[in-house]
Design a protein around this ligand. Structure first.
Ligand code: ADP
Length: 377
């Protein structure tokens, strides 16, 4: 019946198949198929003709195909477009897009299908979609990083500017009062500002070193009692000035330990200054130190604002501060990160117990033995 078009039928790029619509889907057979259709599925022509559509279509697609054929059978459509999955002779799946045209005469009722293998097209579409999603996620991540970087630079500038502004004001005052002695308060301001500036520059320099894996410790045999005395004496006045109570409970016969004096000093200063900063006026801060097995255990507790449970892990992250920039509390957010790094270089551990609104206790250990990383800077 299609002899006129047989040359096109046989030489087309797409698979052509003519199906008998007068029989139900489950038992119907192809009346004719072209070579391209057979090649697509890996069967010979006689195998395709013997199998019928049910033997070629993936079980998940059978209902779709059946519905389309039913539509054509009911004469409700003479043309339709269908996406389905066929199964090749070797068992692999093949995605096919089909255009179906049906024709009903007195002598036959057929559906003529033009089938195209779109497996590669679907694969490409899926891969492109996945790549686009990956690219979008990466772009978002880079944008977040860029924003965080510029926020961090703003934070650094702000934190360095604050003590400089106080210093400038004090210098201004001394210029205006040349020859006169500076008032006590102004000297205190200068001292506090220089200390704050020095600490922030040190923290930034240590952050840079830690990022390049250059942060080292220089442990020596240390008289712990002397160091603790020094710490207590340095901190007492600043707690007093803020009306805060500072209690200490230090085990009297603490052994000497092998540690980096400057690091241990800065860890304790940082944890005590945090305790003072976050417990506000009239708060209570305590420092307890005792031997704990082979370690020395340091505990710094306060009855301040406490820490939200969700933030307990993140407070040791150096860049976490930018996500919760605080107008109330100054700081670069590096103190805990650097303290943790220094403690771990000594072979110790740091952890925190905190209840929001009740207070926090930071505990850390320094092993009473030579640390694993006894390295010169
Ligand atoms: P900074 O105090 O400069 O932000 P730190 O690294 O010392 O940086 O502390 C990180 C964060 O941990 C602080 O921003 C604060 O949210 C929280 N934190 C640290 N110590 C305390 C404390 N004693 N009480 C409540 N929160 C604290």
């Amino acid at each position: 019946m299609f002899n006129k078009y047989k040359r096109f039928f046989d030489n087309a790029y797409d698979g052509f198949a003519i199906l008998d619509l007068s029989l139900p889907f489950e038992v119907t057979r192809h009346l004719d198929v072209n070579q391209q259709f057979c090649d697509m599925l890996g069967y010979t022509k006689s195998e395709v003709l013997a199998l019928g559509p049910i033997g070629l279509i993936h079980p998940n697609s059978r209902e779709t195909v059946r519905m389309h054929l039913q539509g054509h059978y009911n004469n409700t459509q003479s043309q339709s477009f269908m996406k389905s999955i066929f199964i090749r002779k070797d068992g692999t799946e093949i995605s096919i897009e089909s255009k179906l045209f049906s024709e009903k005469t007195k002598s036959y009722h057929i559906v003529f299908g033009v089938h195209r293998d779109v497996t590669k097209k679907y694969y490409m579409e899926k891969t492109i979609k996945e790549q686009l999603a990956k690219e979008a996620a990466l772009r978002k991540e880079l944008e977040t990083q860029a924003t965080e970087k510029s926020n961090y630079i703003r934070l650094i500038v702000h934190e360095l500017k604050t003590p400089i502004t106080a210093l400038l004001a004090a210098v201004e005052l001394s210029k205006q009062n040349q020859g006169c002695e500076l008032p006590e308060l102004s000297l205190d301001n200068i001292y506090d500002s220089v200390i704050a500036l020095d600490k922030r520059v040190d923290d930034l320099s240590n952050l840079a070193k830690s990022q390049m894996n250059l942060l080292k410790i220089r442990p020596v045999m240390l008289n712990l009692a002397d160091l603790i005395n020094q710490i207590v004496n340095v901190n007492k006045p600043s707690f007093q000035r803020k009306g805060q109570v500072f209690n200490t409970d230090i085990q009297p016969d603490l052994p000497n330990i092998y540690a980096d004096k400057e690091c241990l000093f800065s860890i304790l200063m940082n944890l005590l200054s945090n305790a003072g900063k976050y417990c506000g006026k009239n708060g209570k801060v305590s420092l307890n130190i005792k031997q704990f097995g082979d370690d020395i255990l340091f505990e710094i507790a306060d009855n301040g604002i406490g820490i939200e449970p969700n933030n307990l892990e993140r407070i040791f992250d150096p860049y976490d501060r930018i996500k919760r920039i605080s107008k109330t509390y100054s700081g670069l957010g590096l103190g805990l990160f650097l303290s943790k790094t220094f403690i771990e270089l000594h072979g110790g551990k740091i952890w925190v117990d905190s209840v929001l609104g009740v207070g926090s206790k930071f505990s850390f250990t320094i092993p009473n033995r030579q640390p694993p990383q006894s390295v010169e800077e």
